[in-house]
Write a protein that binds this ligand. Structure first.
Ligand code: PLP
Length: 483
């Protein structure tokens, strides 16, 4: 077996007495530990740690790291997640000592530079959204949703209005109804039309004085821009409710349109998707929210404000819902996002979206004759193909295709989401990939169609793990490998 496919643990490599280092003999007299520490702090025996040499240790971890799929090693067409390349310059800038070595409890005086950056980031994100006020605190998109819904709840409470429902199209990301429920609302599902847009009749029939918020993802998770949006937001406002935009798909509309301009009252960004923070595997994210003026008093405290030339953290916000995150959120990701936005500028951001949409449409046009796209043959930054015909005719499922792609060195696309498309394969190439990469991926998808169905059912064939029971793997992980 190739070394980096090895399933050996560091414990298996352990040899008694082996060390990574040798220290010179101590020139101070040894004192027994029990004279230095209270008995309650002493263990009976040393911890059973692996004893290995430095080179074994390095090889073990470097080999493990090469088993990771990452955007730096492989194409990652993961629909909805916007896995675009993260320029290395942002890593360098965010790890400058002045950024990386800050302490969250420093005085405002001693971190004016960082506060200026965050203040500008608030303004920039407000401008891109077309909204008035921004909180950078939420640590991810889902937390942004929850925070904004808590802001909405505080807003209605302040107005003395009792509104209990959040309306959500059935194509929405699962976090939307989850956030509504955690914020104390009842989530009500709104149907989509056959074309994948909001069913206006269904929306009208459910809209009433109980409605607090309508949550929409636009472009939606099918990669379609809902062009009824102005009508929809007007309708919602006539009923005194608010419109929330799930901004995970901002990659498609940067500099082209602004949520505030099409009637949205509040939204979140996923800085780690749209503005290149590294993400995946539960790593740090950042989900700032932007809101209209009337909602601003309820935003989490603190916000960054400027008094003359001085920046400060403003905690004096009596109507605030309070904190949603320790300190100031995931500042390191905000710094990366800030670098990205400032590097590209307004015209560059628009180009990002134009190229993201172009790449997705190119890929769609190359594969749609095999992987049909039920909701039409044009898309925004992503599209949802379906393996339903493959499944019917050749017993090849979306899962088979996704698993087989791993053998060819691709990260699998998102599958079985959104739920409204059977055998969904959701593909988002992003703007950072070349035509050659897109062509190679399309060729591979077409080749898989012709492979033996039985062989595909057992794919992947080249990886250490093939088809784990995913639920069992999450609920009962085996953390020690046994031969
Ligand atoms: C990713 C995503 C979310 C959740 O964002 P996180 O940053 O992962 O919490 C919500 N909605 C949509 C459409 C998404 O793609």
């Amino acid at each position: 077996m190739h070394k980096n496919q090895s399933t050996e643990l560091l414990f298996d490599l352990s040899r008694a007495g082996r060390r990574c280092h040798r220290l010179p003999a101590s020139d101070v007299p040894a004192a027994p530990l029990k004279d230095l520490l209270p008995a309650s702090a002493l263990a009976d025996a040393p911890p059973p740690l692996p004893e290995v040499g430095e080179i074994d240790l390095i090889r073990h971890y470097v080999n493990l790291s090469t088993r990771n799929m990452s955007i730096d090693t492989n194409f990652y067409p993961l629909g909805s997640c916007t896995m675009k390349y993260n320029p290395k310059r942002h890593e360098r800038l965010s790890s400058l000592p002045g950024m990386a070595d800050m302490h969250p409890l420093q005085s405002d005086e001693s971190c004016q530079g960082m506060l200026a950056l965050l203040f500008e980031m608030q303004n920039i994100l407000g401008e891109i959204a077309g909204l008035d006020a921004v909180s950078l605190q939420p640590a991810a998109g889902a937390q942004g949703e929850l925070t904004a819904l808590l802001v909405a709840a505080a807003y209605f409470r302040d107005r003395g209005e009792k509104r209990t429902r959040v309306l959500i199209p059935d194509s929405a990301h699962g976090t939307n109804p989850a956030s509504a429920a955690i914020a104390g609302f009842d989530a009500v599902s709104i149907k989509s039309t056959a074309k994948g847009l909001v069913d206006l009749e269904d929306l009208k029939s459910r809209l009433d004085a109980r409605t607090a918020v309508f949550m929409i993802t636009n472009p939606n998770t099918l990669g379609l821009f809902d062009d009824q949006i102005a009508t929809i937001t007007e309708l919602i406002h006539q009923h005194g409710a608010l419109v929330y935009l799930d901004g995970a798909n901002m990659n498609a509309i940067l500099g082209i349109t602004r949520p505030g301009d099409f009637g949205v009252d509040m939204m979140h960004y996923n800085v780690h998707k749209t503005f290149t923070g590294p993400h995946g595997a539960g790593g740090p994210g950042s989900g700032p929210i932007a809101v209209r003026k009337q909602l601003a008093p309820f935003l989490p405290a603190p916000l960054v404000t400027r008094q003359g030339e001085r920046y400060e953290l403003d905690y004096d916000r009596p109507q605030s819902i309070g904190r949603v995150r320790s300190f100031f959120g995931n500042v390191g990701i905000l710094v990366r996002g800030y670098c990205y936005i400032r590097t590209l500028g307004a015209a560059g951001l628009r180009e990002v979206s134009e190229n993201a949409v172009l790449n997705a449409n190119y890929l769609l046009s190359r594969v749609k004759h095999v992987y049909e796209v039920p909701q039409g043959d044009r898309c925004m930054h992503e599209f949802v193909a379906s393996a339903r015909t493959l499944r019917r005719e050749r017993k090849i499922s979306a899962m088979d295709v996704a698993k087989r792609l791993l053998d060819y060195g691709y990260h699998a696309p998102t599958v079985y989401f959104p739920l409204v498309v059977p055998e969904a394969i959701m593909i988002e190439p992003t703007e950072t990939e070349s035509k050659e990469t897109l062509d190679a991926f399309a060729d591979t998808l077409l080749r898989i169609r012709d492979e033996d169905a039985g062989y595909l059912h057992d794919a992947p064939h080249t990886l250490t793990i093939s088809r784990p029971d995913e639920v069992k793997a999450a609920k009962e992980p085996i953390l020690r490998w046994k031969p």
